[in-house]
Design a protein around this ligand. Sequence first.
Ligand code: ATP
Length: 886
Amino acid sequence: MSKNKLKNEKPESKKPKAPTPNPDVLKKDKEAEVKVKELVKDERTHKVMGVFFLLLSVYCFIAFTSYLFTWEDDQDKVFRYTTRELLIGDVKVDNLLGRLGAYVSHNFFYNGVGIAAYLFCYFFFIIGVNFIVGRRVFRVWRNIKYMIFGLLFISMAMAFVTNGADFPWGGALGNALDKWTSGFIGKTGTALLLLVAGFSWLIWKFNFDFKWPEKKVKPPKPVPVAPAAPATPAVAATAVPTPAATAATPETARGNALKGDSGVVVIPPHEEDPEEEIPMTLIEKDEEVTIIPAAHAAYVPPVTAPVPPPVASSEPGPGEEEEEEEEDPGPLLYVEDVEEELPPPPPPKKKNQPEEVAFEIKETFKDEEDEVEELATVRPVVSADPYDPSLDLRDYRYPGLDLLENHNADKVVVQDTGELEKNKNQIIDTLKNYDISIQKISATVGPTVTLYEIVPAAGVRISRIKNLEDDIALSLSALGIRIIAPIPGKGTIGIEVPNVKKSIVSLKALLASEKFQNSTMDLPIAIGKKIDNENFIADLAKMPHLLMAGATGQGKSVGINTLLVSLLYKKHPSQLKFVLVDPKKVELSLYKLIEKHFLAKLPGEEDAIITDTKKVIHTLNALCIEMDLRYDLLKEAGTRNIREYNAKFTQRRLNPQKGHRFLPFIVLVVDEFADLIMTAGKEVEMPIARLAQLARAVGIHLIIATQRPSVNIITGTIKANFPARVAFKVSSKIDSRTILDIGGAEQLIGQGDMLVSFNGELVRLQCAFVDTPEVESVAEFIGNQKGYPDAFLLPEYVDDKDSDGRELSLADRDPLFEEAAQVIVQTQQGSTSLLQRRMKLGYNRAGRLMDQLESAGIVGPNMGSKARDVLVKTESELQEILNDLL
Ligand SMILES: Nc1ncnc2c1ncn2[C@@H]1O[C@H](COP(=O)(O)OP(=O)(O)OP(=O)(O)O)[C@@H](O)[C@H]1O
């Protein structure tokens, strides 16, 4: 019911008591009241007020500044004449703003607060801006607090410092404060007091980090890798002469580097051989590369808003940003009526109150006091500012690209035109030997392989060329020939021939590319470069899971690092958590440094990186629980996926007291899946399959890698749920079929050469390269920053087998078990959120306690959104149960 209505009804209810009610008069009153209200609410009134306050601010500023120069002359006059004379007399003053200016300034400075009077100009200014803009660009109440502090501090400090000066630096207030304090605690005491107050304010405002230099965390030893020779081509590079000049002349070394990174070498068009009937075109499709300026160190953080955009009218204004920092960003700003299960209900209960309360979009400016009033009287009101999950680590800095290497990209790899020509001739000759003539041949030079595209002469059957794969490979005497017949959507036949000189695709170049920097994907991963040098950047959230296979030493670990590092470059710790499973124990150990920023782990675990199979089972099951919990949250919020849910949460339309929270994406990375399946079989397969089937909508994504892509490892269930698959070189065609459903991966040449099957397409890529020391420096950079107090905690999973046959003794339970039991029995409400509120617990711990209470027979089973039944009715009954547990 609106306030208006209430007020309008009032006179009617009093009507019979009124001596001679005159309906006309009443009506007029009513109308007048409504009109005044409307006028006060009218946007134009606010604008007029805004202009007034802005001008007042400017007026005071000019008057005060003029006073600084004219006070000596004017002071005497202001003293001598009465206010009346100053107002209507013809006293001449020097202040730029006349007698009023002199009078006002004198009172602000001399009788007031001295130089601190300028704070009033600022205050009038912010009020004016708020009125004009029509919303709270500046927080009034906070500014009033700062102002009061500022007036006291500045006036007193000025009076103290300029003691005895003619100019009223501290004003009457400052002098009085100074006098009293100096008398009370002496001059030195006053000085100390001022220093303490000044520093306290600075610390409060800027929250300096007084860190004692910590002992440097020793990063784990680099992963032993195959003899590193990133720049060394896999295929013998001896016989090929290097042409003297290259057409590429980048301006700077860095430019050079990137040019090299792009992997394309500019090859002058080949002169036509008179004997050749079929000319070859060289296709160059160099991806535009962003040149990293020398001082680019600061990586441009994601363009995408970390959270979905807030509603237009509640967006913070430019001036609010800094203000915002001080504000508790937490969702506790959410105000809603107390839940049903709250013990003795102090506020009136609202049964069946809708879960989410859409908050009003306030179109007109409301002063904070008004809001406070409204909070007290009206139904849930939500802070207008969207919740920003990243504010917990607001000083977090994204890693810069300077932490990554170019990997010899500054050495321009020269592609030998002779090699291209030779290969072309050999392809044509080989085909000719089998009576296959071709119309046209073109070449695209990629970082690792060159794609020769052939248009066969009319009437040639494609399958014939496909069958000649081995013969062509033999005649080209090269490993890793792959024939694509036909190239999907092109009507040509592709023959991929490895380059004698390969170029490394550095992850740095990929991350610097516009495509990555401007990506608006949820989980952008820079995988590598296509054969035509186009950057391949995909959204893991859309994939939605990734299966990776490759024989040992072919680039899997580098591939995983590439994916992880790409995500680290784009995501804030509040938006993403990794669950890292590393049975080999060494591959992912580097990421330990970012535990408090990006890792998730089981409660009570010491290491966030899981190496033990048993713990892997627990963790996978915990992830399944997290998934179920997230689904419950999504359901309660009436949303379909994590995006919608988080958007609603950040708009403060979901109540954290009901367990709602901002959901970070969770990426599970398993480095050696085969090992797990061998040791744990179904126990690992089932939760993985469940997660793969269901977890995408709730933001849980999997990256599973294996050395052995055999059918007993990558089972049908697993495969069916991993539509995106990556194969590095595998040892047999069968393995290739297992992973990609098609041969070809056995033909790859290793060192990051890969096939990606995604969206029904099979793409050959050169995986981006990032070396262990680079990963280390990125992890160190992040790890050295302030993180959360602990890793992100997954829900606890209690293995039935562990607890089978024995009840948990009290000692095995949560230390708060007894207290929780008492709360539940006293209030007779089996509600997890009640425990959360009463005992100030996190959602997970309260849930765990509730489970323990259930197993002790104190509460009944979970009943979805309803509170559980409390099975123990009296405290003495509870005491008996607790004694039994001892
Ligand atoms: N994308 C790449 N670009 C260039 N070289 C690469 C790339 N990926 C891997 N290499 C080279 O191959 C070597 C082996 O790679 P990596 O350690 O990733 O293999 P792996 O498949 O993980 O092996 P394992 O299974 O034994 O751990 C690296 O040390 C590196 O020299």
